[in-house]
Ligand binder design. Sequence first.
Ligand SMILES: C[S@@+](CC[C@H](N)C(=O)[O-])C[C@H]1O[C@@H](n2cnc3c(N)ncnc32)[C@H](O)[C@@H]1O
Length: 280
Amino acid sequence: MSAAHNAELNPREFAAIAAIMQSDARIALSEAKVTLVQSRLARRLRQHGLASFAEYVRLVESDAEERGKMVVALTTNHTHFFREPHHFDHLRETLIPLLQEKAARRQPIRIWSAGCSSGEEVYTIVMCLLGPDRTAASWLRNADIRLLATDISPPVVESVRRAWYPDNAVQAIPEAYRNAWMQPSDGGYVMADAARAMVTARVLNLFEPWPLKAQYDAIFCRNVMIYFNDDAKEELEQRFVDQLAPEAYLYIGHSERMIGPASQQMRSCGHTIYQKGESR
Ligand SMILES: C[S@@+](CC[C@H](N)C(=O)[O-])C[C@H]1O[C@@H](n2cnc3c(N)ncnc32)[C@H](O)[C@@H]1O
C-alpha cells in the first residue's frame, strides 16, 4: 500500500481544502466528508509522490493547475439516463408542444443542462425532443434549436462530446429511443449524429460569468445545488430566473427547492418544476 493511501487528513488540512472548494466552486464540504475527501484525494497525492496532506495543501495553495484538479476530484458526478422521469413526462407533455409552436414561428429554441456531468441528462432531453422513432423528429428539421451542456469538470464535459456510454448505462433508456438514437460502438453505445449535433458542451463554473446571450426556454439544474449553501443557491437561482424567457421552465433535483427572491418570480407546476411568472 502506498504512503499516500495511508495519509491522514487532519482538521486544519481539511479546513484548508474546504475553504478552497467554497471559494472556487461554492461547494460546501461539511466535516462529515473527511473520509470521502481523504479517499478521493489519495490518487492526487500519489500522482505527485506526496506522503502527507500537509504537503498536498501546500501544493494546491501555490499551484493553480493542481488546485483545479483538486476541485474536479471532489465533485460528485453521479447521473443516469431518464433520471427523475417525471421531468421528462412534463417535457414531453407540456414543454415540447410549446416548443413546436415556437419552431413553427421560426423562433429559436434554447435549453441548458447546467451541471450536466457526463451528458446522460442532456441526451435524455435530446431523445425526448427527437421522439421514440425517427419520423417523429420531423418538426426539428428546420428548427433553430440548441442545447447547451455545461459542467465545472473538464473530463465529464469531454464525455458529453464523446457521447459514448457503456452497456449498463443505456439500460435505463426505453428501447424505442435507444434503437432510434443510439448505435452499438466499442462494446457500448454512441449517440446518433443527429442527437450529438444538437448539443454544445462547455466547461463552465456556474459562479463565474455566463457567456450566454439567449433567453432560455428551459434550464435543467438538477442535483447540483445540493452541494451549495443557501447563499450560493439563492444567487444561482436568481441568475437562472434572469436567464429564462417569460413562461420558461426550470427543473431542479428531487431534494432541492427554490429559495429567496427568485422563488417569488416562479410558480410551481409540479414536483421540482417551476415556470417563470408570478403565482396565478
Ligand atoms: C450529481 S451531478 C448531477 C448531474 C445531472 N444534472 C443529474 O441530475 O443527473 C452534479 C454535477 O454538478 C457539477 N458541479 C458542481 N459544482 C459546480 C459548479 N460550481 N459549476 C458547475 N458545475 C458544478 C459537478 O461537476 C457534477 O458533474
